[in-house]
Design a protein around this ligand. Sequence first.
Ligand code: FES
Length: 127
Amino acid sequence: MSYFFYENIMDHYKNPRNKGKLDFYDSEYGDSNPTCGDSVKIYLKVNGNKIEKISFEGSGCALSIASSSILTEMVKGTNLDDALNLSEKDIMNELGIKELGPNRIKCVALPVKVLKMAILSYKAKQL
Ligand code: FES
């Protein structure tokens, strides 16, 4: 494990950005990883087609919390369709991770999936 990888994950794990429930939000979605029970919930405040505010709550391993934290930083201010294109690889790149085994990729995939479901749920309400 590289020093950068470890430090970056531990920074976001110990000082998660955008953690907590938004006072006012347009969409929320939560889910858990069935293999370990760790959970993530994401709140979105949307303005036009952009994510104006985003926050998360959750309990889980360092990698899932760090991924949730960095994900919120990456998509804040972006439009909904760009955020829908976010992948696990994008999060890994931002955290400085080159490769993950199948058990650990699930820790990154959970917040990505929850974000996408929160966006799709918001879009469904606009129809
Ligand atoms: Fe549960 Fe990482 S071990 S999400």
